[in-house]
Write a protein that binds this ligand. Structure first.
Ligand code: ATP
Ligand code: MG
Length: 223
């Protein structure tokens, strides 16, 4: 603790190895995440894509090698600083029994209504919210079960857009969306990320099309 904030200048995995148990999931993985780029991570189910994001978020520590942000080992970075540097969308969007606005503000507690609207427009969710009788003040229901999978996912994306972190880690962020919504969101990720660095996990070729570079989790190399 007590480390000063690290300015974001890219991230990397250096000779990273990791297993949850006996079986190696990632072995001697080298990966460069250049600042300002969209890096795609592709690979079949079970190839370790989400695991790689969890290591970048330090939900788990590596067992060999190092994950670095701006050259600094994640283990040397305050958790609070790390959370400020990373916005993420996981495969499950967790919602609280509160309004849509309150669920968005988890990413930015002091966000204005205008900021919420802007983030929801990028996430292709604003028009849907406008159709609700209470708009942004609509309760999402116990664990978000009044929203569809795609609406929950877009709410997770709106949170990521609001967060303002220089590094966005997106795990299958459009898996529950139709192709029209997917296209709107991929465009927003690509064009309206404001210079932020994005790691975009997906097994879909249509999603990988927006990436500057694609890393294959199966073959263990960038292409
Ligand atoms: P998908 O495309 O289905 O999301 P993925 O590429 O994200 O797959 P991971 O979730 O990283 O794959 O899982 C990689 C491997 O690690 C799988 O074999 C999975 O069963 C295993 N695994 C994932 N999480 C855990 C855990 N918490 N404990 C034990 N094994 C796990
Ligand atoms: Mg996964």
């Amino acid at each position: 603790s007590g480390c000063p904030p690290v300015a974001f200048d890219g991230a990397s995995c250096e000779d990273v190895s990791f297993s949850y148990g006996d079986e190696a999931i990632l072995e001697h993985l080298d990966l460069c995440i250049p600042a300002g780029k969209v890096l795609g991570i592709s690979g079949r189910s079970g190839s370790g894509k989400s695991t790689l994001l969890r290591l970048l978020m330090r939900f788990w520590d590596v067992q060999g090698g190092a994950v670095r942000i701006s050259g600094t080992d994640l283990r040397q970075i305050d958790t609070a600083n790390l959370r400020r540097m990373e916005g993420f969308v996981t495969q499950e969007t967790h919602l609280f029994h509160d309004s849509i606005a309150a669920n968005l503000k988890i990413a930015k507690p002091d966000a204005t209504r205008e900021e919420l609207v802007e983030a929801c427009k990028k996430a292709s969710l604003h028009d849907f919210i406008e159709t609700l009788p209470q708009g942004y003040d609509t309760p999402v229901g116990e664990l978000g079960d009044t929203l569809s999978g795609g609406e929950r996912q877009r709410l997770g994306l709106a949170r990521a857009f609001l967060h303002g972190a220089p590094l966005l880690l997106l795990d299958e962020p459009t898996s529950n969306l139709d192709s029209l919504n997917e296209a709107v969101i991929l465009r927003a990720i690509r064009q309206e990320r404001g210079g932020r660095t994005v790691v975009l996990v997906s097994h879909r070729a249509s999603t990988m099309a927006v990436a500057d570079e694609v890393y294959s989790a199966e073959r263990g190399r960038a292409s």
